[in-house]
Design a binder for this molecule. Structure first.
Ligand SMILES: CC(C)(COP(=O)(O)OP(=O)(O)OC[C@H]1O[C@@H](n2cnc3c(N)ncnc32)[C@H](O)[C@@H]1OP(=O)(O)O)[C@@H](O)C(=O)NCCC(=O)NCCS
Length: 165
């Protein structure tokens, strides 16, 4: 699925992630994930492994041929069938507050809905106010606090979105 738009600001493409995106996604990690997230960045090998699995849902957004954001998650299996986890979503700083993460998340959730996922979970650093605001405005609710999730001093929040049919 490809959504493309031409605007005065360049060519924008939102599409599913491909195996060949792994290296560029890896290079985007330190640009997007800083500070306490540094130890939790994905390697190119992890990206390749995820993109290869059919339980993975992954989208990228590119501007003028350069990847500037992505969303990656998984459909849970076995006893947790019907649930999913959004593992990571990020947009390069220069491209924030333009609705890119919103577009990525909507594509991600549409695919989750097609796969009959009814509950989407995520974890976010409790001090990451911008992201929490983003997830809250997208309908996610805080379920619980997870102390020391990212480091000894940085806890997390587990959030959940109930996906409508
Ligand atoms: C969180 C993040 C993905 C948001 O990306 P983005 O492309 O800037 O988000 P959008 O432009 O789609 O924002 C949609 C809405 O979410 C809310 N929002 C997004 N970022 C926000 C911020 N920093 N502060 C407050 N609200 C914010 C706003 O309501 C925004 O709408 P508005 O711009 O019309 O006010 C981005 O800041 C990012 O990559 N952060 C670093 C990585 C990260 O923390 N990821 C999440 C944990 S995995």
């Amino acid at each position: 699925m490809v959504h493309a738009s031409e605007s005065g600001q360049g060519h924008l493409v939102l599409r599913k992630a491909r195996f060949s995106d792994a290296e560029e996604l890896h290079r985007l990690e330190p640009v997007v994930f800083v500070s306490y997230y540094a130890a939790h960045r994905f390697t190119s090998k992890q990206f390749r492994r995820y993109i290869n699995r059919n339980t993975t849902i992954a989208y990228v957004i590119s501007k003028n041929g350069r990847l500037v954001g992505y969303a990656l998650g998984i459909a849970l299996q076995g006893a947790r069938l019907g649930a999913g986890r959004l593992l990571s979503i990020g947009v390069a700083p220069a491209f924030r507050r333009k609705g890119f993460a919103d577009r990525l998340l909507q594509a991600f959730l549409s695919e989750a809905r097609r796969r009959a996922i009814r509950r989407m979970y995520l974890e976010v650093a409790a001090k990451n106010r911008g992201a929490i605001q983003f997830f809250t405005s997208s309908g996610f609710k805080i379920l619980r606090r997870l102390p020391a999730l990212y480091s000894r001093s940085v806890g997390g929040l587990r959030m959940r979105l109930m996906i409508q049919r």
